[in-house]
Design a protein. Sequence first.
Length: 208
Amino acid sequence: MDISTLKFDENGLIPGIVQDLYGEVRMMAWLNREALDLTQKTGFVTFWSRSRQALWTKGETSGNRLKLVQIRPDCDRDTLLILAEPEGPACHNGTSSCFDGEEPWPTTLPWMGRLETLLKGRKAAADPEGSYTQKLFAKGVDRIGKKVVEEAGEVVIAAKNDDREEFLGEAADLIFHLDLLLLNYGASLNEAIEVLHKRHAKATGGPA
């Protein structure tokens, strides 16, 4: 990205909106040229604090860093969309997003990112005597794979029964156990979606 084409304000700052790979907006903060340069060089998102008049790398004290994936300027080149992989809560209040509030979020696909974060914690604490997911992770690919096969069959049966509630419930179970299998392998649902994205782009001749 050519920094020279960006439009910084009269204070030499540009807003950066941080979004994770599932599409959830995590936070917003300001960057100057030095912060932007450090972000690109280090691979971890760095901002400019207007109150302290100093650079700060997100997570430098808490450990909740933002691993840079990509920076995309908007059409006017006066705002940045920063795609990042959060290594913990993004908000200083300890919530996943600075936009978490009293009203619950509508259920959208970005919620899968939060679920995967929870499941990764369960995987790290795999225990044959623990929770349902901890037990599955402890038993490994054979047991998780068996559940995926079982749930796939249940989805087909529910579809043939023409019961929408049952069908959606079984589909949710299948997605959940497939995600467990992906995480057990060291992958993620987002990576599988990326493969679909690339296949679609190749088939249509459009951008990936």
